[in-house]
Design a protein around this ligand. Structure first.
Ligand code: AMP
Ligand code: GLY
Length: 438
C-alpha cells in the first residue's frame, strides 16, 4: 500500500485525488487542507485541516504518517517552499522546489530566463525598479499597448492590461508604482493580440509530456465581460487540440516548455518536477508565452485528469525519479467542458459563508467540490469558486450540454457562465483567429 500526501483542498485537488484513486495500484491518500472538501474527504484515508501558509502542522502530520511521496496542488504553498520543507523531511514531491517555482511566482524571473537562454515566446518587455523611464517605454517602445505585471503572487489581481483595466499611460504608471511598492519590481510588456490557450505538461526535470490543449475563460460574465477571475470554465477537444489553433501553435508551445525546463536547470541547478502549465497566446507571429504556472490549472485539471488513461500514480513516481520518457502517457480521445458555479458577487464582492443545496446531479456529470466547507448541517461556500461540473463526450458541443444539465441542480446565492463551450462562443474564437492570421 502506497501512502500519498495530498496538500490543498480545492476542486483541482479533488480531481487529483479521484485520479490517484483510479490507479490499479493500492494507495491511500493523506489529505491536508485549509477546509474540509467533501469530495476529497470521501476519497482520503485521513483528512487533516490546518494552515497552508505555515508548515508546522504539515510537518507534524508528515512525521506521523511518513508518506511515500507528496503532491502539492496550490500555487501559494509551492511558492512558499512547501516542497523544500517536505524534502528536508525526506519526502519527495510531484511539485517543484521553491527556486524553480519562481517560474510562476516571479514574472521578471521567467521573462529574464527566456531571454538569457534564447527560449522563444517572449513579448517585448522591461523590468523596472522605479517609475522614471516607464512613460517612455510605454509610449515609444510599446506604442501605448501594454500590460503591467506585479512581480509576485496577487491571487490573479496582479496583471492589468491597457484598453481593458488601464486607460492611459498615467494609469499604467500608477499601478506600476503600486507593484514596485509591494514587490520592489514590476514587469511591463507588450500587449499581445490573439487567442489564449493553456498547455500543461508533466515534467520530470528533463522530459516534458504534454496534456491536451485547453481554453480557460478568465472573465466573470458571459461574452468574456466583467472582471478577471481564477477561471469560470474550460473546454478541450477530442483531438486534444482546439478548434482555433494549429498543430504548429501547439508544437511551438511544447518547444517553449521544453526549452524552459532546460533553462531552469541550467540557471538553478534544480530540476523542475511537477506540472509546467503555460498560458500561451496564438498570435499572427506564432505562439507567445503569457505566463508559466508551476502547478495544475484550476479548472484545467478537471479537463485533463478525468480523461487520463495512464496510471497517474506511476506518472507521479516517474516525475519524481526522472524517468517520464519510459512511459507512454495517454489521454482518451474525448472532448470535455467544465463549468464553475461561484458565489454571487464573485470575484470582487462575493457573498461569504453562504449555504448551498445540491439537488439531483445527472449521473453522467462529474462534480468537483472547490472552495466549500462541509459542516454538520451542510455545505457552505467560502468567497471563491464553489463547484465545478464536467461533461465528457465525443464533441465539445455534447460535453457542454452534459455539463450544463447539472447547473439547475444547485440552489443558493450563486451564478455561472452559460456560454462556455457553446458553439456560438467557439465560432467567435475561430473567426477572431482567422481575422488575426489574415
Ligand atoms: P497572467 O496572470 O500573466 O496569466 O495574466 C492574466 C491575464 O492577463 C491573461 O490571461 C491575459 O488575458 C492577460 N495578459 C497577460 N499578459 C498579457 C500580454 N502580454 N498581452 C495580452 N494579454 C496579456
Ligand atoms: N486557470 C487559471 C489558473 O489555474 O491559474
Amino acid at each position: 500500500m502506497k501512502k500519498i500526501l495530498l496538500v490543498g483542498n480545492g476542486a483541482r485537488e479533488h480531481v487529483i485525488a479521484e485520479t490517484l484513486k483510479r490507479s490499479p495500484q493500492e494507495i491511500s491518500i493523506i489529505a491536508y487542507g485549509k477546509a474540509k472538501n467533501p469530495g476529497i474527504a470521501t476519497l482520503a484515508d485521513k483528512y487533516e485541516i490546518g494552515p497552508l501558509d505555515t508548515f508546522e502542522q504539515l510537518k507534524k502530520l508528515v512525521a506521523e504518517e511518513k508518506p511515500d511521496f507528496a503532491i502539492v496542488g496550490p500555487d501559494d504553498p509551492i511558492a512558499d517552499g512547501a516542497v523544500d520543507t517536505l524534502l528536508e523531511m525526506g519526502i519527495r514531491s510531484m511539485a517543484p522546489l521553491q527556486t524553480v517555482a519562481r517560474l510562476e511566482s516571479s514574472k521578471s524571473f521567467t521573462r529574464n530566463l527566456l531571454n538569457k537562454y534564447s527560449v522563444p515566446g517572449n513579448p517585448k518587455f522591461k523590468v523596472f525598479v522605479d517609475t522614471k523611464e516607464i512613460k517612455e517605454f510605454i509610449d515609444n517602445d510599446l506604442g501605448g499597448n501594454f500590460v503591467v505585471k506585479a512581480d509576485g503572487l496577487m491571487g490573479g489581481k496582479g496583471v492589468k492590461v491597457s484598453g481593458e483595466h488601464l486607460h492611459s499611460t498615467e494609469e499604467g504608471t500608477t499601478f506600476a508604482k503600486q507593484c514596485i511598492d509591494k514587490f520592489g519590481r514590476v514587469v511591463i510588456e507588450e500587449k499581445l493580440i490573439g487567442e489564449e490557450f493553456s498547455l500543461m505538461c508533466f515534467c520530470d526535470g528533463t522530459h516534458v509530456v504534454p496534456m491536451p490543449a485547453i481554453q480557460d475563460h478568465k472573465r466573470a460574465y458571459n461574452g468574456d465581460t466583467g472582471p478577471n477571475t481564477g477561471g469560470m470554465g474550460t473546454y478541450s477537444d477530442a483531438d486534444h487540440k482546439l478548434p482555433f489553433i494549429t498543430d504548429q501553435d501547439i508544437r511551438e508551445a511544447i518547444e517553449i516548455t521544453k526549452k524552459t525546463a532546460q533553462a531552469l536547470f541550467k540557471e538553478t541547478g534544480a530540476e523542475f518536477k511537477g506540472i509546467m502549465y503555460g498560458g500561451f497566446i496564438a498570435t499572427k507571429n506564432g505562439t507567445k508565452l503569457i505566463e508559466f504556472n508551476a502547478r495544475f490549472g484550476d479548472p484545467e485539471a478537471m479537463n485533463a485528469l478525468p480523461i487520463l488513461e495512464t496510471d497517474f500514480v506511476e506518472i507521479c513516481e516517474r516525475i519524481i525519479d526522472g524517468t517520464l520518457d519510459q512511459l507512454d502517457v495517454k489521454f482518451a480521445p474525448k472532448a470535455t467542458v467544465c463549468k464553475y458555479v461561484v458565489p454571487e458577487g464573485y470575484p470582487e464582492n462575493p457573498v461569504k459563508g453562504k449555504k448551498i443545496e445540491i439537488g439531483k446531479v445527472p449521473k453522467e456529470v462529474k462534480m468537483y467540490y472547490a472552495s466549500v466547507d462541509q459542516k454538520e448541517d451542510g455545505i457552505y461556500m467560502s468567497s471563491s469558486r464553489a463547484l465545478a461540473f464536467v461533461g465528457i463526450a465525443d464533441t465539445i458541443s455534447d460535453a457542454e450540454k452534459i455539463a450544463a444539465s447539472a447547473l439547475s441542480s444547485i440552489s443558493g446565492k450563486v451564478f455561472y457562465r452559460d456560454d462556455i463551450g457553446t458553439d456560438a462562443l467557439i465560432q467567435k474564437r475561430i473567426d477572431h483567429m482567422k481575422e488575426i492570421r489574415g
